[in-house]
Design a protein around this ligand. Structure first.
Ligand code: 5GP
Length: 339
């Protein structure tokens, strides 16, 4: 047994220290980034915020709203190939701003998925996201290698929270490693299993590991305010993935509930009883639920929330004198809050 004695930080353990700045307006802050990847030969330019691949937020409707801002959507894995084809044909989604998600099982069909869209003369999603709750297994590393060998798409793999596993995934073929175990707003992993890692420290440590290898990281989970998103970028995240902040909107999935004349929308974790019952028909005996189900007050179209998030990041960058997202980690100092 070993105990690590240095402090690890979550978003709400710190604030961003303001600094003198020559930027005269937040309008001057550039939120777009252009990426070259470690393995994939393609490049990507856009605002590196990703709607999470949960069935409530990784929807075609969110993708339709997000592409207008050149933001990404990790489409959830429960759409059929025909549904994908329909969304591409009708121009609802743009492959350039989408990732297709596969778990270990669905990845078997990755070939068929791309072949099918190509046979229909349709564009294909730019990113492939290999997503498992626990990215520390040998099986997962093998899967990353296998998919890397077959596809040139930028490859996202996760989730992990430590530098050495980030490096292992990048060396196995991932371009972008997804960071986060336990911080999600409807995630109960920390209470059910005791496993987790404070998200701000996870980003700082994993970004450091990834950037040394010309890889990238996504901060996934735990952002509940635009300020948290700014902190994640400042800590070194190349991309930030959001679930709860995008749930409850017109374009989000989830049942609409009316209570006392007020409208609510359901939001739940992908390992919650709600999701397991919906997609697998039952809850396997050996599995504890690691997600919860909540109802959120209906929040209208997602565009307004997106503008608030982008405005918050622009303002944070102005406070520290960062002219663009890429410069935020260089310009940022965090101050610890005393609790
Ligand atoms: P949020 O932005 O809501 O804080 O976090 C979103 C992230 O929570 C997702 O991208 C995913 O990584 C994680 N997540 C979603 N559902 C579950 C779940 O049921 N259990 C756990 N442990 N994590 C979840």
């Amino acid at each position: 047994m070993r105990v690590e004695h240095d402090f690890k930080l979550d978003f709400d353990d710190v604030l961003i220290r303001p600094k003198r700045s020559t930027l005269s307006s937040r309008r001057l802050v550039d939120l777009e980034r252009e990426f070259k990847f470690r393995h994939s030969s393609t490049t990507w330019k856009g605002i590196p915020i990703i709607s999470a691949n949960m069935d409530t937020t990784g929807t075609f409707e969110i993708a339709e709203a997000f592409k207008k801002n050149k933001m990404l959507t990790a489409i959830h894995k429960f759409y059929s190939m025909e549904e994908w084809a329909g969304a591409i044909k009708s121009n609802q989604i743009d492959g350039e701003y989408c990732a297709v998600t596969f778990g270990v099982e669905e990845a078997e069909n990755a070939d068929d998925f791309f072949k099918y869209l190509k046979s229909e003369n349709l564009s294909t999603p730019k990113f492939i996201c290999l997503d498992v709750a626990n990215g520390y297994t040998e099986v997962f590393l093998d899967l990353v290698k296998k998919i890397r060998d077959k596809f040139d798409n930028p490859l996202i793999a996760g989730n992990v929270v430590t530098g050495e596993m980030t490096e292992a995934l990048i060396l196995a073929g991932a371009d972008i490693v997804k960071i986060g175990i336990g911080p999600g707003s409807v995630c109960t992993t920390r209470t059910v299993t005791g496993v987790g890692y404070p998200q701000l420290s996870a980003i700082i440590e994993c970004a450091d590991a990834a950037h040394g290898l010309r890889g990238h990281v996504i901060s996934d989970g735990g952002c509940s305010t635009p300020g948290d998103v700014a902190k994640a970028f400042g800590a070194g995240a190349d991309f930030v993935m959001l679930g709860g902040m995008l749930a409850g909107h017109e374009e989000s999935g989830g049942k609409v509930i009316e209570k006392d004349g007020k409208k609510y929308k359901e939001f739940y974790g992908m390992s919650s009883d709600t999701a397991m019952e919906r997609y697998y028909g039952d809850i396997k005996e050996y599995r504890a639920s690691e997600g919860e189900t909540i109802s959120l007050e209906y929040r209208g179209p997602v565009d307004k929330t997106v503008q608030q998030i982008l405005g918050g990041i622009r303002s944070a960058a102005t406070y520290i004198g960062a002219k663009d997202l890429k410069n935020m980690p260089k310009c940022i100092s965090f101050v610890l809050k005393y609790k």
